[in-house]
Design a protein. Structure first.
Length: 113
């Protein structure tokens, strides 16, 4: 049984940073609390949230969609976090999380958690 957190709890849980690998130079942290459209700092608010789980063999693929709106330029876009879990949705069973920006049903890879 998967326990569901209340929606307002989830909207606060949007990760603030993702990491983009830079080859041999390690990785760069990208703040996703900054607007990716106008670069406004802390102008992004989560206005909607949805989640979906798919089971594939022993793996659970969790998709979290945070719809965010910038208070400065008023653009709205979706920050999507896809996580793969082995057998159970526990943090220690989390294999990988990938973060995308979704626009016009296209996913644009942003980084990993
Ligand atoms: Zn903006």
């Amino acid at each position: 049984m998967v326990s569901q957190m209340p929606q307002e709890e989830q909207t606060k849980n949007m990760p603030s940073k993702v990491y983009a690998p830079l080859g041999t130079r390690g990785r760069e942290a990208i703040s996703i609390k900054e607007c990716l459209k106008c670069g406004g700092e802390n102008t992004v608010e989560v206005v909607d949230f949805s989640s979906n789980d798919e089971t594939s063999g022993e793996n659970i693929l969790e998709t979290l969609d945070y719809t965010v709106k910038c208070t400065k330029c008023e653009e709205t876009y979706v920050v999507r976090v896809r996580s793969m879990y082995l057998e159970d949705k526990k943090e220690e069973n989390r294999l990988v999380s990938t973060v995308f920006i979704v626009e016009n049903n296209q996913e644009y890879w942003l980084g990993v958690l």
